[in-house]
Ligand binder design. Structure first.
Ligand code: ADP
Ligand code: 5GP
Length: 189
């Protein structure tokens, strides 16, 4: 079987992680690509499950060793990247790879893999709602919140390059819509 790639991008706070987790729970052939990143671990996150947490030095060493499919400095000083070994590991099991990456990373993966990849953009209903969700999530300082909201405005300009845009207003509806498109895509030869 030919492994496919499902790329999810969204401004931080749109609900992408929530949607992706639901999807992974319902379609057993899907497997999450665990990215490497250099930001500090959030409460509840586990190294090797949510991310491979690396120091900036270690991350840069891996860039030099050509270990990434793609990588970005998503926020100043915070590096994130998709490891080649992750994609290989998941395909070897006969699974499809699910990516949670920023807009630039997502479009780079799409360019690399073409028809094998489906790129989905999760939109918040509005910037105000996005900010509210981030505040309620309780993971941000005023500085990181401002950075994320600023970046969100920029990222929302890239939706035209995505195969599908899902507005996450009602979560159940957004999940159902995503599920239907993903099922159809992975069933294609
Ligand atoms: P992202 O991965 O895009 O940063 P999360 O999945 O962490 O976003 O969601 C951000 C916050 O918004 C979380 O606290 C989540 O529970 C909440 N959330 C997700 N979808 C909705 C929705 N449709 N309506 C209201 N809150 C939502
Ligand atoms: P967070 O810090 O909220 O977990 O993630 C911040 C941003 O980094 C999100 O937009 C997320 O999609 C992105 N990201 C996570 N992993 C990768 C990756 O491997 N590559 C790229 N380019 N972005 C990533």
């Amino acid at each position: 079987m030919n492994g496919k790639l499902l790329i999810f991008s969204a401004p931080s706070g749109s609900g992408k992680t929530t949607i992706v987790k639901r999807l992974l729970g319902q379609i057993p052939e899907l497997e999450f690509s665990i990215s490497a990143c250099s930001r500090p671990k959030r409460e509840g996150e586990v190294n090797g499950r949510d991310y491979h947490f690396l120091s900036v030095d270690e991350f840069k060493k891996r860039i030099e060793n050509d270990e990434f499919v793609e990588w970005e400095e998503v926020y100043p000083g915070s590096f994130y990247g998709t490891l080649k070994s992750e994609v290989e590991r998941i395909w070897q099991k006969g699974h499809h790879v699910v990516f949670d990456v920023d807009v630039k990373g997502g479009l780079n993966i799409k360019r690399l893999y073409g028809q094998r990849a489906l790129a989905i953009f999760v939109m918040p209903p509005s910037i105000e709602e996005l900010q509210k969700r981030l505040e309620l999530r309780g993971t941000e300082t005023p500085e990181t919140l401002a950075k994320r909201v600023g970046k969100a405005r920029e990222e929302m300009g890239y939706t035209k390059d995505y195969d599908l845009v899902i507005v996450n207003d009602n979560l159940d509806k957004a999940v159902a819509e995503t599920m239907e498109t993903v099922q159809r895509f992975i069933q294609q030869p």
